[in-house]
Design a protein around this ligand. Structure first.
Ligand code: AMP
Length: 397
């Protein structure tokens, strides 16, 4: 099924293996505050080291704009990684040049070293040939384990794969296999849930989905734009009135492809957006002028659940309401728990991604029950938009 090579195909023993990983971890005052991303890359590092490869880790951190910036150094990450791996992790304070070459030279089979932030060099984001060549000179083999950076054609994500024999790491492999199940060759019916604040950030995604899924549930603030485009008065709700035409064209496209668009029929409204604000449930056609829609109502949730019961596959990005504040989390929590329950029962393949979606699934306590939850933000969205990701395409070549 996979069109790309994996670690199963790689001979890493005694080789210098350049491994692109995602270490863009939350950090405060030089302390790593969330280890999820580091956790995910351990299997690939361990496997290469156990096979006798010399692991040379490449990653970016923040946006230093092509210049060294001590605040965006990866050095603090090396210590945490070492602790989690249970073996020493060396650190080179430059990812190319004599410092990096010297450290790589001294590596023994099974050793691990982390090189400094690739974005300290302008050649990284520009994918400059000289910089790619400098990086490539440090390794014999390239392994990309950073799906989250694969939507960018940078030196360490795309350039290197053109210079060295290249393979997907285990985390990248798992991500690509899950995404293939989600939209590549999914079991039908496929239902997509797309929510969140705005239509404007998800136009390409909606346009792609209407041609690929059987039902598209639209929720969150963006549903208001669709309702308003159909003449529903949404009061003070978050709504992009200037996108009415776009919303109508998406509805029209869905009509042509036979994709059922599922919009809320009732809503939880309030006058203020704060915890404990007085709220009530109304029909979407009865939203008072001074109120705002902050969540989908129980009838709408029933419809979503009925679709989840029919579906073989679910792809989800974006919450159904303003889930950060109670009681406007109810629709998102109910849908998340139902999808998790169907998945655990072996009835549903569920793939979800995007920062807020991961937070919502964690809040519902079900992230671990989904088939796959992607922590990649931009790359996951571009995949949902149907775009080719340069860092993935080059692995298939
Ligand atoms: P996004 O980043 O586009 O996925 O949007 C996520 C954000 O949309 C979350 O912070 C939600 O609180 C917000 N959101 C969802 N539904 C609504 C709504 N009906 N009104 C205002 N904000 C909402």
């Amino acid at each position: 099924m996979t069109e790309f090579k994996t670690l199963d195909d790689a001979d890493v023993t005694g080789k210098r293996v350049l491994v692109r990983v995602d270490l863009n971890v939350p950090m405060r005052d030089g302390v790593v505050t969330d280890r999820t991303r580091i956790e995910r890359i351990l299997p690939t590092i361990r496997e290469i080291a156990e096979k006798g490869g010399r692991v040379i880790l490449l990653a970016h951190f923040g946006r230093p704009k092509g210049k060294p910036n001590p605040e965006m150094s990866l050095e603090p990450v090396a210590g945490v990684l070492s602790e989690m791996l249970g073996q020493p992790v060396g650190f080179a304070d430059d990812c190319v040049g004599p410092v990096a070459a010297g450290i790589v030279e001294g590596l023994k089979d099974g050793n691990v070293v982390l090189l400094e932030n690739t974005r300290f060099h302008a050649g990284e984001e520009k994918n400059e040939e000289d910089f790619v060549t400098a990086l490539a000179s440090l390794g014999d083999v390239f392994v990309n384990d950073a799906f989250s950076a694969a939507h960018r054609a940078h030196a360490s994500t795309e350039g290197l794969a053109r210079h060295l024999p290249s393979y997907a790491g285990r985390t990248m492999q798992a991500e690509l296999e899950a995404l293939e199940k989600g939209l590549g060759a999914p079991k039908r019916p496929v239902v997509a849930i797309v929510g969140g604040a705005k239509v404007s950030t998800k136009i390409d995604l909606l346009q792609n989905l209407v041609s690929r899924v059987d039902a598209l549930v639209i929720g969150g603030g963006m549903a208001n734009t669709f309702l308003a485009a159909q003449g529903v008065a949404v009061g003070k709700s978050l709504c992009e009135h200037d996108l009415a035409e776009t919303a109508r064209s998406i509805l029209k496209a869905a009509g042509k492809t036979g994709c059922e668009i599922v919009l809320p029929t009732d809503a939880v409204i309030a006058r203020e957006f704060k915890a404990g604000a007085a709220s009530e449930t109304v029909d979407v056609n009865s939203v008072p002028e001074d109120a705002m829609i902050l969540d989908a109502g129980p009838k709408s949730v029933e419809t979503v659940i009925a679709w989840l019961d029919k579906a073989e596959t679910l792809v989800w990005n974006g919450p159904l309401g303003a889930f950060e504040i109670e009681p406007f989390d109810a629709a998102t929590m109910a849908a998340a728990r139902h999808a998790a329950m169907r998945t655990k029962a072996g009835k549903l393949i569920s793939v979800a991604g995007g920062g807020d979606t991961v937070a919502a699934l964690n809040q519902a306590g079900v992230a671990g029950d989904f088939t796959y939850v992607s922590t990649a933000g931009g790359a996951f969205l571009e995949w949902m938009e149907g775009k080719a990701l340069p860092g993935v395409e080059v692995l298939k070549a």
